[in-house]
Design a protein around this ligand. Structure first.
Ligand SMILES: Cc1cc2nc3c(=O)[nH]c(=O)nc-3n(C[C@H](O)[C@H](O)[C@H](O)COP(=O)(O)O)c2cc1C
Length: 199
């Protein structure tokens, strides 16, 4: 099956072996990330996604903050493994922090009271769509990435470090960089379990 969107989706995988070199200048990578989020859909075109894009020392700083937040809660005997994992994310060239602007969600709830309960759920979906768009766009530029969730543990420290508005809620983080290893095989459950086609 030849389809450019499917080719891009297939190229997107979780890359945990990241390196510092990028195939494009940082400014272009930042533009790709921004454009991917800009082109992602949102209810009533409300555009609630926000992002902070960190390169080099700023990205390292983020992962140091994660490690500092984990230190008091991870048992001492497990901390070495945790540290190794966090360092593998810091080994990349940068990190995207995905946020959702809660003031947009609140505004939608006030304006469209009928859907008030839906907007927080849709906000999560919006963020997921933005994350997939960025991940796939990076993959198409031959940049590896993975999706991580050290929120809400690191929220306050990140907010203080990058002066994040109080209404921005951290939803996920995506370390990215050069591919330092290939990917393992990926298995799929059977189509008959997942899909029904009629007509
Ligand atoms: C909503 C969501 C949450 C995820 N959270 C994490 C995570 O916290 N850490 C991680 O390493 N991978 C995370 N992943 C990545 C999945 O584990 C991964 O996409 C899946 O195993 C398929 O592998 P692939 O990305 O190589 O296709 C998450 C993926 C999704 C969609």
């Amino acid at each position: 099956m030849s389809n450019v969107a499917l080719q891009a989706l297939k190229a997107r995988r979780s890359q945990y072996a990241l390196g510092k070199s990028l195939p494009l200048p940082k400014a272009e990578v930042a533009q790709l990330i921004q454009e991917a989020i800009r082109q992602s859909p949102s209810p009533f075109n409300s555009q609630s996604s926000r992002a902070i894009i960190l390169f080099d020392a700023e990205s390292d700083k983020f992962w140091e903050l994660v490690l500092a937040a984990l230190r008091p809660i991870v048992p001492a005997q497990a901390f070495g493994a945790t540290e190794g994992k966090i360092k593998s994310f810091a080994a990349g060239a940068g990190t995207v922090l995905f946020y959702e602007d809660q003031s947009v969600i609140k505004g939608l709830q006030e304006k469209f009271a009928l859907y008030a309960d839906n907007f927080p759920v849709w906000s999560e979906q919006v963020s997921g769509m933005a994350q997939l768009a960025v991940w796939t766009t990076l993959a198409a530029a031959n940049i590896g990435a993975s999706l991580q969730h050290y929120n809400p543990l690191v929220d306050d420290a990140a907010a203080a470090a990058w002066n994040v508005p109080a209404n921005w809620k951290l939803r996920a983080m995506m370390p990215f960089g050069s591919h330092q290893a290939g990917f393992g095989d990926k298995s799929f459950i059977s189509d008959s379990e997942r899909f029904r086609v009629f007509g």
